[in-house]
Design a protein around this ligand. Structure first.
Ligand code: NDP
Length: 389
């Protein structure tokens, strides 16, 4: 039997890895929707190749380009936020959520409302609205599966285990581009330097977030929301080789580690075939050749994002939405060369400290998440303006 699949963020790094797996066995899948934003050529060629029902660009101004690129095929073209939501409402059995940023939240919720299995790469959805996502999945009997490599690793290590026997979760971090830089050089870090990851080949934004550890900060919050362990049960461990993705510690002293190559097709494939395990085209590790794995404690002076994540985990409510929106705004400013690398954390810290607590502590509804996101972006922009004078 074929499965109906949709891929949100199909033109990105996770989206292309997902397409790589699906295109190996095209007769197993009916592709419902593929979405992208600026990369119209890639979106159209994949939609034609995979015989998708509809291709959607988030950018309304590119509808004409998409129509032209799809001319002569049976694929429908659509554009804009409304079209993304409409595509997420089309019945599908399995949906990949791989849009980058808070823009991934609404399509993810719509897919869960249809009862689809949602493979979640878009960590921002859980950071902004974890309780809402989980509640929506419960109400519609939909499965939510992690695709972040660390969370997929935790999920796999927890399978079949008694949750009451779990003492701690350890997620690993490569340390990103600047793990060995002297602290005093960090303010001078350039966009090109921050955009180069030592181990993983990923989208530009997540690569910069890895250098600042904002990515790991988001993952700490994601772990809290997804698995519901207390903040002091969740740890970060710097592991420069990126081969152990996470460890689960049990009350008998055992540590179950998930070891695998730094290739997103493992976590994507696990979510695609879950609850089965199927062969995947990823490297088989030769541990004897690798020889040694190394570990270091996380340094909250080098990576203040980790300290900020702990504040968010303790506060909960809409603090995650505020944290993420301030981070996205600060990241935009760093990419546009309006902020120094180290100023991104300063901006997020100031937004969390100064934003009206009524916004952060409001009841979690999609509308309130959107308000918190909007207000945090506005506050972050004002702080950035002050800093850049
Ligand atoms: P990319 O930047 O490579 O891709 C992002 C995708 O989202 C592209 O399809 C892009 O379209 C689309 N997009 C961008 N802006 C919007 C918008 N406003 N509305 C709708 N779609 C938009 O990101 P990654 O694939 O690296 O990451 C995707 C998500 O997965 C992120 O949440 C990231 O944190 C997470 N993740 C990524 C990993 C990785 O290895 N890359 C690992 C684990 C998690 P276009 O390119 O056409 O402009």
């Amino acid at each position: 039997m074929t499965r109906r699949v949709s891929i949100f963020g199909a033109t990105g790094s996770v989206g292309q890895n997902t397409i790589d797996l699906i295109a190996r066995n095209p007769s197993d899948y009916d592709v419902v929707a593929l979405t992208g934003a600026s990369n119209i050529e890639q979106l159209a060629s994949d939609a034609i190749r995979l015989k998708a029902q509809v291709a959607v660009t988030a950018d309304e101004t590119r509808l004409g380009d998409l129509r032209a690129a799809l001319a002569g095929s049976d694929v429908e073209a659509a554009a804009g936020q409304g079209a993304l939501t409409e595509a997420a409402c089309r019945p599908a059995d399995w949906v990949m959520s791989a849009i980058v940023g808070a823009a991934g939240l609404q399509p993810g919720i719509c897919a869960l409302e249809q009862g689809a299995t949602l493979a979640l790469a878009n960590k921002e959805s859980l950071v902004c609205a974890g309780a809402l996502m989980l509640e929506t999945a419960r109400r519609h009997e939909a499965h939510l599966l992690p695709v972040d490599s660390e969370h997929s690793a935790v999920f796999q290590a927890l399978t079949g285990e008694d949750m009451a026997a779990v003492e701690r979760i350890i997620i690993t971090a490569s340390g990103g581009a600047f793990r060995d830089w002297p602290l005093e050089r960090l303010p001078e870090a350039t966009l090109a330097q921050a955009s180069s990851h030592p181990n993983w080949d990923m989208g530009k934004r997540i690569t910069i977030d890895s250098a600042s550890m904002f990515n790991k900060a988001l993952e700490l919050i994601e772990t809290r929301e997804f698995f519901d362990f207390a903040p002091d049960q969740i740890e970060v461990l710097v592991h420069p080789e990126s081969l152990i993705h996470a460890l689960v510690g049990f009350n008998d002293g055992a540590l179950m580690a998930h070891v695998g190559p730094p290739d997103m097709r493992h976590a994507i494939g696990y979510a695609l075939h879950w609850p089965e395990r199927r062969a995947l085209p990823v490297e088989r590790l030769d541990l004897a050749a690798i020889g040694a794995l190394t570990f270091r404690p996380p340094d909250e002076i080098r990576w203040p994002a980790l300290r900020l994540a702990r504040e968010v985990m303790a506060r909960r409510g809409l603090a995650g939405a505020v944290f993420n929106a301030a981070k996205e705004t600060a990241l935009d400013a760093f990419i546009a060369a309006h902020l120094r690398f180290t100023q991104m954390a300063e901006v997020v810290d100031e937004v969390l400290t100064t934003l009206d607590s009524g916004i952060i502590d409001a009841h979690m509804t999609l509308d309130n998440v959107m308000v918190a996101d909007h207000m945090a972006r506005q506050a972050a922009r004002a702080i950035i303006e002050q800093k850049t004078g």
